[in-house]
Structure formats: C-alpha cells, structure tokens
Design a protein around this ligand. Structure first.
Ligand code: PSU
Ligand code: MN
Length: 305
C-alpha cells in the first residue's frame, strides 16, 4: 500500500520500536455510536492505551489518503464520518479521493499491517450474518483477519450475527481464536455466547507466542475478551432487542454494507440507549488489553544488551 500518512507520534513510536495500538474509525463515527458518545469512546480508548505507555493509532481515509494516527482536527472529521470503508474500498477511496472515509475492522487490519503495527483494538468484529446461506453476507473482516499478521482484540461479535458459523469460518481460514481468561466466545453485550472459545489464554506472553509460532506468516490472531462483569447486559434483554432489530432490517429491505450500521442503530433505540455505556465499557477494556499485548510485543523486539 502506498502513500500512508502517519501522525508524528505514531511515526516516532514505530521508529523507536515502542508499542502502538491501531484503532478502527467506524466505531467512533456516526455509523458506530451516537453523538456525543462516539467522541467519549474515542477519548477513553486512547487514554486506556496511553495509560500503558503505548501510542493509539486511529485509521481513516482523509482527502483521499490513508491515515494511521490522527491529529485533533482530523479526529473531529472522523467523528462526523458517514462513509464506511472495508478493505476493498481503500483503493476506491484513494482513487476517487474521498473526503472522509471511516475504516472497518477489515480496512484497519490492512492499514495496520502496511504501517507495521501488530495489535489492533475494536469493539466487536463483523462476521457471518444469519441467513448467509441465502444472502451470502459474510463480513470482509473475517478474511482480512486471516490475511494480515495483526492481533485483533475484540469482545467477540454481536449476537445478531450467526456466531456458530462465524467461529466455523475462522477455523476454516486458519485464524487462532483465543479467549482472554475466559472459556466462552463473548457476544459483545454478554460475556458468553454459549459457544466455547477454541483456546483459553491467561496472559499476554501466550498471546504473543501464538503470533510468533503461527505457521502462516500472513495470518492474524483473534483475541476475544468478555465485557467486564458490571457492564454486562442480561442475555434475555439483549436477545429480544436483537431479534426486533434484525426483523426491522429485513422488513426495510436493507442489504449489503448498510445492514450492520442499521442494526446497530436499531439496537440503541430499542434499548433506550442502555446499550451505549456497555459499548463504551467494552471498547475501553479491549483497548486496555491491546495495549498490554502491544507493550509485551515491543519489549520482545528490543535488542538485547
Ligand atoms: N459491530 C459492532 N460495532 C461496529 C461494527 C460491527 O458491534 O461498529 C462495525 C465495525 O467497523 C466492523 C463493521 O468492522 O461494522 C462490519 O461491517 P460489515 O458487517 O458490513 O462487514
Ligand atoms: Mn456484509
């Protein structure tokens, strides 16, 4: 990938071999969280990363150029972003010089890889959609995680997706799926989807070792971490809401990349905003763990005395 613009702090941190954590920008745009909580989410995620001495690197397309690490003014443009960019769209956004494009998980792991960043924090990843056997809707996030050597830290995926098929797909494409001090694949608002996570891990050493020992140099690792206990939304409450939101989406005839933002907005409406603090809490928690992993990775790459 050509023409990536690194912010000064990200460029310095990378040059000095210090820890950097990539952040996607769709979650912080109007497509991911309602104003003003999107700005709050961005702030608390950056703080959580900085608290470990790591440098946050938000990715986006601005003025047709891929950015990794943003200035305060650039962040403001991203918070207002309405155009979502998956990995394949990066080329189009550059060719057509899009003003502002916010990056999904797939575009972010691609940009992180190109910039030399190995750890990325998000809220939840996209996955195999329910009914994918008819619609064919499988998020590009999954293949991107399988094709870039980046550790993605997430709270699993929202249960409006087909989580058993999502796990099967990750297995097929060879992505190690780890559970952080937890035996279950998390379902974003709830700590457990009821599906076992393939491998439980207890510390960041093992996470870094999994990246180190993987047999495919271009494959990433998915590190799942459940939402903190006090912030969890009861499964029964969220299940009813997800069903309503999904039905509304199919009744409105929503398809393609519009599905996820539409369903997210409906969930927030149906829970009267209760979903928002949960979303902020898990995003912060993921950023915190990602920074710990990034610090350990940078420690390992320092030349020995
Ligand atoms: N799931 C969430 N919140 C989000 C997204 C997914 O709970 O903000 C966003 C992420 O940017 C993710 C993208 O990469 O949606 C997936 O979109 P799609 O399903 O169209 O691949
Ligand atoms: Mn899709």
């Amino acid at each position: 990938m050509t023409d990536i613009i690194l912010s000064d702090d990200v460029s310095r941190a990378l040059a000095e071999g210090r820890a950097v954590v990539a952040l996607e920008s769709t979650i912080f745009s109007t497509l991911g969280l309602p104003v003003p909580f999107n700005a709050e989410a961005l702030e608390i995620c950056k703080q959580a990363i900085r608290a470990h001495g790591a440098t946050p690197a938000v990715t986006a397309i601005l003025d047709g150029r891929p950015h990794v690490g943003l200035t305060a003014d650039e962040e403001k443009r991203v918070l207002l972003g309405t155009r979502k960019i998956a990995e394949r769209d990066l080329a189009v956004a550059q060719a057509q010089r899009w003003d502002v494009g916010v990056t999904t998980v797939s575009a972010t792991v691609a940009l992180a890889h190109a910039a030399g960043i190995s750890v990325f924090a998000t809220g939840g990843i996209g996955g195999v959609h329910r009914g994918s056997e008819v619609t064919g809707d499988v998020s590009a996030d999954l293949d991107a995680i399988g094709n870039h050597p980046v550790i993605t830290v997430c709270a699993g995926a929202k249960a409006f997706l087909d989580l058993p098929r999502t796990l099967e797909y990750l297995e097929t494409i060879g992505v190690p799926v780890l559970g952080w001090q937890h035996d279950w694949f998390p379902a974003f608002y709830t700590r457990s989807s009821g599906l076992p996570v393939p491998h439980r891990v207890e510390d960041e050493q093992v996470v870094c070792d999994v990246l180190r020992f993987r047999t495919r140099p271009d494959t990433g690792v998915l590190l799942t971490v459940p939402i903190p206990v006090p912030d969890e939304i009861p499964a029964a409450r969220i299940d009813a809401v997800l069903t309503t939101a999904l039905n509304a989406s199919s009744e409105a005839g929503i398809t393609g990349p519009a599905v996820t933002p539409y369903v997210l907005e409906r969930i927030e409406k149906e829970t009267d905003g209760e979903s928002v603090p949960a979303n902020l809490a898990l995003a912060r928690n993921n950023a915190d763990l990602a920074a710990r992993v990034a610090v350990e990775l940078s420690r390992r790459s320092q030349p020995r005395e």
